[in-house]
Design a protein around this ligand. Structure first.
Ligand code: NAD
Length: 251
């Protein structure tokens, strides 16, 4: 798969790790589907950045937990760029830090709807369109998990950690299911990355504060996760399938 003709759908690409990945891929000439859920201005900024970096971009509105919206975003991407070569399952949410006993059911449902169901719906759509046994041209999926999947995040986000555990298991299963069908599937597990997601946890400075406790003594940057995603998407990782790559500074 040549970088020049790579068409990549990135969910949750209006900011953070998704935007950083879009910019980096665009520098290689990729065509990017910029999915966003509500912030059109931010998504437009990602698309502008991608085009200024030498790539192409199309805006794809939609909540990843909405089946019809997911189908529509893949349809629009294929209409714009003639196919799809890769999916970055990046959209994700956290919620205020608290023990499980204090979490209400609506929160738990939304956490699993976005982080798990959303990732599955997008992966299913990618599998249907990229699998060689279904007439597809093969491809790559990168799932953005979290170091939380192996840390558990007690007293803070056991729901989030569990949702990312599901992503890890999905990655392992789909690598085996889709590998023979021409689609590699891998995951990245970021640690504490300095993005806006931490505002939703009630601790906007969480990454900066806790980053000092990591072996590399700092929080990571979105670009440092994007580098790993871009590598997993690339032909340089042509024999990497089913891997869960920690990008956590050793946390
Ligand atoms: P972010 O909040 O900046 O980005 C998340 C993106 O997902 C946003 O653009 C948001 O609008 C989008 N999104 C949320 N719900 C959506 C939905 N229902 N449909 C479509 N898009 C939706 O945070 P980030 O740090 O860039 O997070 C990206 C991914 O990295 C997430 O999956 C997150 O869980 C994971 N991650 C982040 C960290 C960290 O410390 N920042 C650590 C581990 C894992």
């Amino acid at each position: 798969m040549n970088a020049e003709r790579r068409v990549v759908l990135i969910t949750g690409a209006s900011r953070g790790i998704g935007r950083a990945t879009a910019r980096m891929l665009a520098r290689q000439g990729a065509a990017i589907g910029v999915n966003y859920v509500s912030d059109l201005a931010a998504a437009q900024q990602t698309a502008d950045d991608a085009e200024n970096a030498g790539g192409r971009a199309v805006l794809l509105p939609g909540d990843v937990a909405d089946e019809a919206a997911v189908v529509a975003m893949f349809d629009e991407l294929e209409t714009a760029f003639g196919g799809v070569d890769a999916l970055v399952n990046n959209a994700g949410i956290v919620a205020p830090s608290m023990p499980l006993a204090e979490m209400d059911t609506a929160r738990l449902k939304r956490m699993f709807d976005v982080n798990v169901l959303g990732a599955y719906l997008c992966a299913r759509e990618a599998a249907r369109r990229m699998s060689t046994d279904r007439g597809g041209r093969g491809g790559v999926i990168v799932n953005v998990s979290s170091a939380a999947s192996r840390l558990g995040s007690p007293n803070e986000f056991v729901d989030y950690a569990g949702s990312k555990g599901a992503i890890d298991t999905m990655t392992i299963g789909l690598a085996k299911e889709l590998g023979p069908r021409g689609v590699r599937v891998n995951g990245v597990r970021p640690g504490l990355i300095d993005t806006d997601i931490h505002a939703s946890s009630g601790h906007p400075q969480r990454a900066a504060m806790l980053g000092a406790q990591t072996p590399l003594a700092r929080a990571g940057h979105a670009d440092e996760v994007a580098q790993a995603i871009v590598w997993l998407l690339s032909d340089a990782a042509s024999y990497v399938n089913g891997a869960l790559l920690d990008v956590s500074g050793g946390r």
